[in-house]
Design a protein around this ligand. Structure first.
Ligand code: ARG
Length: 466
């Protein structure tokens, strides 16, 4: 069932596309969110066309006024999108054509290939700013909990076995480091996006005397000193999707980080740990078991991290076999990118909300961290300070642990008599090694969980986050 030939490219076609093909090939259902960037690009492009004399100033003004009207309609949700017009670019151009005759000149020296590449680079810059703000929001929420519980100690785990005591704040500040690297990664993506492809045309530029630097400057594709940044190879510019990959990879990494935090909180809120109580507002109940309060927000973050990895994989696979330059496959690059942005943004907000609303169960933390076995390494360090080689010290403390297990008493309940038989260098003060406060104060080096270090790190983050 053929329709009337397509208005923008239909010249060489005798019939229009089949209804099925229209449904299959449209992208406007998802790329309409590019409208503000598409309009900004068209305004800059038409300003450049007027600047070099390819259109008149009056035509530029008419185009700008028409585009402003369309943008207002789009933002008000009143714009009528049509799948018959394929994508955001043609929808906007057609709407402009209905308003102003000069619209027929807008696409001079431009292709949808460099147009969509430009739209997406503008989009990436905005998306990166958005994610950096949300990363900052999550960091602030975590820092607030760390500050409010700066004196709380918990067991630190390796292999999910109790390892050594740490301040809860030290554990939480590890999350801040992860999110900080994420923000830096996203900032790099924004910088890589900051090159203007407009003027690359469909593949090989144009014969018309355009001013690429003018367009780049108008759209804010400039370096730190305000100099325009334009892409240097037209074929690369219309087919390169590196920024998409890097953006999706950065989102996937954020997803992995959030998923690990979520897993900690799921464990900590379980009856077995009970270090924290998660806020009701971010938990749900069971339809069957009345007592249940499930950490669904954290489980969904864990689940969505898989989706973020999938989006990256989709993009990698899509691009891998494509000959240069543009191929229509590339239209499929947008849903995974938008999804990665939206889901990462949501996950960051949900994590921030859940952490901000959680209660630290100090009693439970104190009970768990009182286990003297976690200071066995400190006891070995005691022997080292008495001149024993660490390997021998490790061995001796291992024998002490075995003895305590055999006698079914906590490590610090053995007598001096008993331990001095294991190693002569255990003096009467051997048991001081289990003084938790003293033990923590011995951790004075940068990056360690000593109380002074942790306070210093909290202060550092307060300053960093402003
Ligand atoms: N909607 C298209 C996309 O997202 C725009 C570019 C179309 N170019 C083309 N030669 N058909 O990729």
């Amino acid at each position: 069932m053929a329709k009337k030939a397509q208005a923008t490219w239909g010249g060489r076609f005798s019939t229009g596309t089949a209804a099925l093909m229209q449904k299959f090939s449209e992208s406007v259902s998802f790329d309409q969110r590019l409208a503000p960037f598409d309009i900004a690009g068209s305004k800059a492009h038409s300003a450049m066309l007027a600047q070099v004399g390819l259109i008149t100033n009056a035509e530029r003004e008419a185009i700008h006024a028409g585009l402003d009207e369309i943008l207002a309609q789009v933002l008000a949700g009143k714009f009528k999108w049509s799948t018959a017009l394929e994508d955001v670019h043609m929808n906007i151009e057609q709407a402009l054509t209905k308003r102003v005759p000069a619209a027929a000149k807008l696409h001079t020296a431009r292709s949808r290939n460099d147009q969509v590449a430009t739209d997406m680079r503008l989009y990436f810059k905005a998306a990166c700013t958005d994610l950096i703000q949300r990363l900052d929001g999550a960091q602030r929420a975590i820092l607030t909990v760390a500050e409010a519980n700066a004196d709380v100690l918990i067991p630190g785990y390796t292999h999910l076995q109790r390892a050594q005591p740490v301040y809860l704040a030290h554990h939480l500040l590890a999350y801040l480091e992860m999110l900080q690297r994420d923000a830096e990664r996203i900032a790099v993506v924004a910088d890589h996006a900051n090159w203007c492809p407009l003027g690359s045309g469909a593949i090989a530029g144009t014969t018309l005397p355009i001013d690429r630097e003018f367009t780049a400057r108008t759209l804010g594709f400039v370096d730190g000193r305000g100099r325009p940044r334009v892409t240097q190879n037209s074929m690369d510019a219309v087919s390169d999707r590196d920024t998409y990959l890097e953006f999706a990879a950065a989102c996937a990494t954020i997803g992995v980080h959030l998923s690990r935090m979520a897993e900690d909180l799921i464990l900590w809120s379980s009856q077995e740990f009970r270090f924290v109580d998660l806020p009701d507002a971010f938990c749900t109940g069971s339809s069957l078991m009345p007592q249940k309060k499930n950490p669904d927000s954290m489980e969904l973050i864990r689940g969505k991290s898989a989706r973020l990895q999938g989006n990256l994989h989709t993009l990698l696979t899509m691009v891998k076999g494509l000959p240069l330059t543009y191929n229509r496959d590339l239209q499929e690059d947008k849903p995974p990118v938008f999804d990665s942005h939206d889901q990462t943004a949501l996950c960051l907000e949900v994590l921030a909300g859940t952490i901000a609303g959680m209660t630290v169960l100090r009693d439970r933390c104190a009970t768990a961290v009182a286990d003297p076995a976690m200071l066995a390494t400190d006891l070995a360090d005691y022997l080292v300070r008495a001149g024993v080689a660490f390997r021998d010290a490790h061995h001796a403390v291992g024998a002490v642990v075995r003895l305590a297990e055999k006698k079914r008493v906590p490590l610090d309940r053995l007598t001096h008599d008993e331990v001095s038989k294991v190693h002569e260098k255990f003096g009467p003060d051997w048991v001081d090694s289990f003084d938790l406060g003293k033990a923590m104060r011995r951790r004075t080096g940068t990056g360690m969980p000593g109380p002074v270090q942790v306070r210093r790190q909290i202060a550092r983050w307060q300053k960093l986050l402003g």
